[in-house]
Write a new protein. Structure first.
Length: 333
């Protein structure tokens, strides 16, 4: 059976690099592989293992191994083996690219269908829920400790939205079951890394929901927050994570729009679709990008301008889907 250890025989110095703006899957897969290799380091006569990643939120502090991750890319160390995790292309490596460029051997482990197969060895499983799911299959199950299992579990729950997104398969759940058998505190891992919010984050969430309003026959929900509010709560835009998803699950809503002020006359717009509206088309029109059901862009002007410019694009798509009459009737009533 193919194992990641087959690829690193004889390597003295190993580096593991995750992608820019690391997410749970990136952090989970890197710490899982790091801990696994650390446990067999002496046996394989490995001298050192470094892990590099940009800084991330403290909701991942409960993962063991995160304390060893290096966030400054100042060292010019040259490695025998470079392992990239959860990166679809070289530009996703950020500052870690220099270690890729100088390494003797490069390995790319990922699950993005768009992966550009940029390394010497590419282990890309496009139908896997997460890189953590891919990593699990490359490790010897007997050597997966409770700590490693927790890292892998966190990656899987983050990329599947706690087993909710359609990338969740029977295999994903079977792996999750095996990880639970390792004795991980799965409820706590889910709560603390995924759902938990600070008091401020909850205050902001409440405020954004209070300020929301429905348009286009109650099929579209919109909310916004300006910089004064963020300053009042001493909050940063990352404290608004999750607002758009809460707006999206409003019953009857097809499209959710969340807008926050980046700078004077400059707004970040997040778009989500529950149905057939392709929000990426709208985001791309305004210079942004994304997927059919989740997209975003940055827009200039007053908040009123931003909303008034967005609405016709949503309306056009809704009209195509439901026919003009429905929307016009509801608006006129
Ligand atoms: Mn991933």
């Amino acid at each position: 059976m193919y194992r990641i250890t087959d690829e690193i025989v004889g390597a003295k110095k190993i580096v593991i690099v995750g992608h820019v703006r690391p997410d749970g899957d990136c952090i989970g897969s890197c710490t899982a592989l790091y801990q696994y290799l650390m446990n067999i380091k002496d046996e394989l006569q490995i001298e050192s293992i470094d892990v590099y990643m940009e800084p991330f939120g403290n909701n991942f502090d409960l993962i063991s191994g995160v304390e060893d991750i290096k966030h400054s890319f100042e060292s010019d160390e040259v490695y025998d083996v470079f392992i990239s995790l959860d990166c679809s292309s070289l530009d996703r490596l950020g500052h870690g690219l220099k270690y890729f460029n100088t390494a003797k051997k490069t390995i790319n482990i990922d699950h993005h269908i768009s992966n550009t197969l940029f390394a010497d060895i590419n282990h890309v499983v496009a139908d896997a829920s997460s890189t953590c799911e891919v990593i699990y299959e490359l490790l010897d199950e007997d050597q997966i400790t409770k700590e490693i299992a927790a890292s892998i579990y966190i990656g899987i729950i983050h990329d599947t939205g706690v087993f909710k997104h359609n990338n969740t398969s029977r295999k994903t759940l079977e792996i999750a079951g095996k990880l639970i058998d390792k004795g991980i505190a799965f409820s706590r891992l889910i709560d603390e890394s995924f759902y938990q919010k600070t008091y401020i984050q909850n205050q902001l969430m409440g405020r954004c929901l209070m300020e929301s309003f429905l348009v286009l026959g109650n099929r579209v929900i919109i909310s916004s927050v300006d910089r004064r509010i963020l300053e009042f709560y001493k909050a940063s835009p990352t404290d608004l994570d999750g607002v758009i998803d809460q707006l999206r699950v409003t019953k009857g809503v097809e499209v959710a729009i969340f807008i926050y002020e980046l700078a004077t006359q400059e707004y970040k717009v997040s778009l989500r679709s529950n149905g057939d509206v392709d929000v990426s088309k709208i985001a791309i029109y305004f210079g942004g990008g994304g997927h059919i059901k989740a997209a975003g862009c940055t827009m200039r002007g007053s908040l009123h301008d931003v909303i008034n410019n967005l609405i016709p694009h949503v309306e056009t798509q809704l009209n195509t889907i439901y026919g003009n009459s429905l929307i016009v009737d509801i608006k006129g009533s």
